[in-house]
Design a protein around this ligand. Structure first.
Ligand code: NAD
Ligand code: GLY
Length: 344
């Protein structure tokens, strides 16, 4: 099964099935980390048929998503004299994918790269759509580029070694897409378990279809793509407050979804019943739904660091019923404070 991401300049396919062969008459550098490489590198290498194939193993973790690691990957490219037809292959989660994409976008002004996501989060979200980037002392993903992969290979066998907590974190991004774009998929998620292989395949397809469709409509996030940030306005503040150490990104997104829904409920956009259903689905995958805000003023101020905030207005992505969304940047400060107060 393959899903096309249709773009004006460069369309590509996301393949969701067993990876057969990647054939390239060019030099290739595979970028991975020690955790993923221990499980899956040999399998991948056995499927790559290229002019030359090299591997660079970078340290594992969000804290290494920085210029130092980009330089490590670039060094490997220069060392093996990659040319402008060469290809980078990202084997890993969102961290590896974002760094490989960013390196591909700057090496000799841009070469191709392929995404092979190994986390659920990267399979359904990060690997598709061409957002690449790294962190610096000013914040997360503040340096980067839009640089689309030439293909994405989503091999469910690679997801089998994921720790349970990482799997759940990916579920938060799936639930995010179901709540905002697809009510029937939300109902399907309520009634089925993703721990069944065929169900996982189905859910991956549904999410990747949503993501591909959104990116095809709005590659550079001028409109609908911002909806993929549902829950994230709150999540980014939570991640920052807890110094990126207490919650995985998907866990913070789960709490952010709960907070955004509280706001939607206050605005009459989401019923009490639908709000409870979303909470229940998050809990079904052991995602956190509670958070204690210690300083509401400080929490509120941190919203203005969000990339969606313009001219001192915060843009909230809210659910409009289950399966719908609305973007709002005119919500009264008093109402936002009331909602934040429910978590204090
Ligand atoms: P990650 O890449 O850090 O992976 C999580 C952990 O799981 C890591 O320790 C990793 O080594 C390990 N791992 C990966 N695959 C494994 C496997 N198959 N078996 C066992 N362990 C495995 O985290 P993530 O959640 O995949 O991605 C988060 C990153 O993605 C963040 O940096 C975020 O900014 C970025 N992101 C990007 C986009 C985008 O559109 N580009 C979207 C969402 C998130
Ligand atoms: N993960 C959000 C986006 O790709 O736009």
């Amino acid at each position: 099964m393959k899903i096309e991401v249709k773009l004006k300049d460069k369309s590509y396919f996301v393949h969701i099935d067993e990876l057969e062969k990647i054939e390239l008459d060019t030099k290739v550098v595979v970028v991975t980390n020690p955790t993923v490489s221990a499980f899956h590198l040999d399998t991948l290498l056995s499927k790559i048929d290229a002019l030359e194939c090299h591997v660079v193993t970078v340290p594992d973790g969000e804290k290494y998503k920085n210029f130092e690691t980009i330089n490590q990957i670039l060094d490997e490219c220069f060392l093996h004299r990659l040319d402008r037809k060469s290809v980078l292959i990202a084997l890993g989660g969102g961290v590896i994918g974002d760094m490989t994409g960013f390196t591909a976008s700057i090496y000799q002004r841009g070469i191709e790269f392929i995404q092979i996501p190994t986390t659920l989060l990267s399979a359904v979200d990060a690997s598709v759509g061409g957002k690449t980037g790294i962190n610096n002392k000013y914040g997360k993903n503040l340096v980067g580029s839009f640089w689309q992969p030439s293909a994405v290979y989503c091999e469910t066998a690679f997801l089998k070694t994921l720790p349970k907590r990482e799997f759940s974190a990916g579920m938060a991004e799936m639930i995010k897409m179901a709540v905002t774009f697809d009510r029937s998929f939300f109902e399907w998620l309520e009634n089925n378990s993703l721990h069944v292989e065929a169900n996982l395949q189905y859910a991956l397809r549904e999410c990747i279809k949503i993501k591909a469709d959104v990116v095809s409509q709005d590659e550079r996030e001028q409109g609908v793509r911002a909806v993929l940030n549902y829950g994230h306005t709150f999540a980014h503040v939570i991640e920052n407050e807890t110094k990126y150490s207490k919650y995985l990104h998907g866990e913070a997104v789960a709490i952010g979804i709960v907070m955004a829904n509280e706001l939607a409920f206050e605005l009459g956009l989401l019923s009490l019943e639908d709000k409870k259903r979303v909470n229940l689905l998050l809990k079904k995958y052991d995602l956190p739904v509670e958070y204690k805000i210690n300083n509401i003023e400080k929490f509120y101020d941190a919203f203005f660091l969000d990339k969606k905030s313009f001219n001192h207005k915060i843009k909230f992505i809210l659910a409009k019923g289950i399966g719908g969304y609305i973007m709002k940047d005119d919500i009264e400060k008093s109402l936002i404070f009331k909602v934040l107060g429910n978590f204090s």
